[in-house]
Ligand binder design. Sequence first.
Ligand code: FSX
Ligand code: SF4
Ligand code: F3S
Length: 381
Amino acid sequence: MNNDLRQKINRRLSELSTLPKMKNDTSIAQLLKDKGFTRRDFMKWAGAMTAFMALPSAMTPMVARAAELSDRLPVIWLHMAECTGCSEGLLRTDAPSIDSLIFDYISLEYHETIMAAAGWQAEENLEHAIEKYKGRYILLVEGGVPTGATEHFLTVGPHGTSGKTHAVNASANAAAIFAIGTCSSFGGIQAAKPNPTNSVGLSKVTDKPVINVPGCPPSEKNIVGNVLHYLLFGTLPALDVYNRPKWAYGLRIHDLCERRGHFDAGEFVQSFGDEGAKNGYCLYKVGCKGPYTFNNCSRERFNQHTSWPVQAGHGCIGCSEPDFWDTMGPFEEPMADRLFDTVLGLGADNVSDKIGIGILALAGIGMAAHAALACMSKDKE
Ligand code: FSX
Ligand code: SF4
Ligand code: F3S
C-alpha cells in the first residue's frame, strides 16, 4: 500500500474518531460478543471485506477500524416504490452475519421498516434527522421514484408528501447518496413497460451524485461494503458508466462463474431437470444472462456465501442491469442474436461473434475467442 493512501485513510479515520459516538449504549466489541463472535471472527471478516473491496490486505486493520467507527455517521434509509427485498435481504437472516450486525450498529436515524415510530412521529424523526445532521448523514434510498402526473402514486407519511419530495429533500443535504437496489438505481420493476407510475431511478430526480448499488436485491455484502468504503475514503469510488462502483460491478457474472468450464467445453443444460442440469452444466441455453451482467454474485454469493442463482440451478436474469425486466426476458431463453448493449458497449451479435454464442450448437468455445473479449473489455477501462 502506498504511503499517501495510508496517510489519507489514517487521517480520515482519526477525523471520524473525533465525532461523538451516536450510540453510547453499546460497542461493536460487545455487540459481537453478545452474538457469539470473537475478535478473531471479526478480524477474519475484516480481512474478507478488504479483499472484497479490492483493497490491499495490509488495509485489514483499517477496515476493522472503519467498521468500529461506523456508528459515527448517521444514516437515513428511505423507501420508495419497491418490494423491500433490499432491506429484507440484509436484515432477515436467521443467523445474523457480521454484515447485518454492522448494519445494526450504524446509526440508522430513520428506516421505515424497522423503526418503532409511525405516523406523525416518524415524519418528525425524518425532518429532525435531516436538520440535525445536515451535510453529515449518508442517505440510502431503496425503490424507484414515481414522477410526473403520477408522482403522488407514492406518498409517505400522514401529510401525503410524495416519495419524490422526500427523496429530493433528503438528497439535498446528504454527505453521500447510495441508490440501494435496481429500483432505486434504474427504476426497477415499477419502471418496466408500460411504467404506469413514470418511475425512475433516484439519480433522475436529484442533481447530487448518486452511487448505484443495483441488484434485485443487492447482496448484503455490496450494501455494507459500500458504506465501509465511504467510511474509509469519504469520497466517491471509481464508477462505471451506470455509476456502479467498479470494485463491486467491474466483472461479469460469467467471468467468475463456477459453471464457466462447462460453457468453455460446450456443455449445456438443454432443459431444466435434464442430465446436464444434474451434472451442473452451463445454463446459457436455458436463459442465463451472466455474459451480459456486471455484478459479483459468482464470487461473493448471498446469505453469507451460501449460494446464488446459478448455483441454485437457474440462470442469472441480469437483475443488476438497467431495464433488465424489459431487455433480458424471456428469462429462460437465451439472448441469442437479439441486440443487447452491455456496459462494454457490445451488442449481443457482437458478443456472439467474439465468444461464439452463435455457434454454441457446434460445442467447444475457443479460448482465443474469450481472450479477444477480455482484451476488448480491457481497452474500454
Ligand atoms: Fe425489491 Fe428493493 Fe428488487 Fe427493488 O430490492 S428486491 S423490487 S431492487 O428495491 O426491494
Ligand atoms: Fe455461468 Fe451463465 Fe456463464 Fe454459463 S452462461 S458460465 S451459467 S454465467
Ligand atoms: Fe441478479 Fe444475476 Fe446476481 S440475477 S443476483 S445479478 S446472478
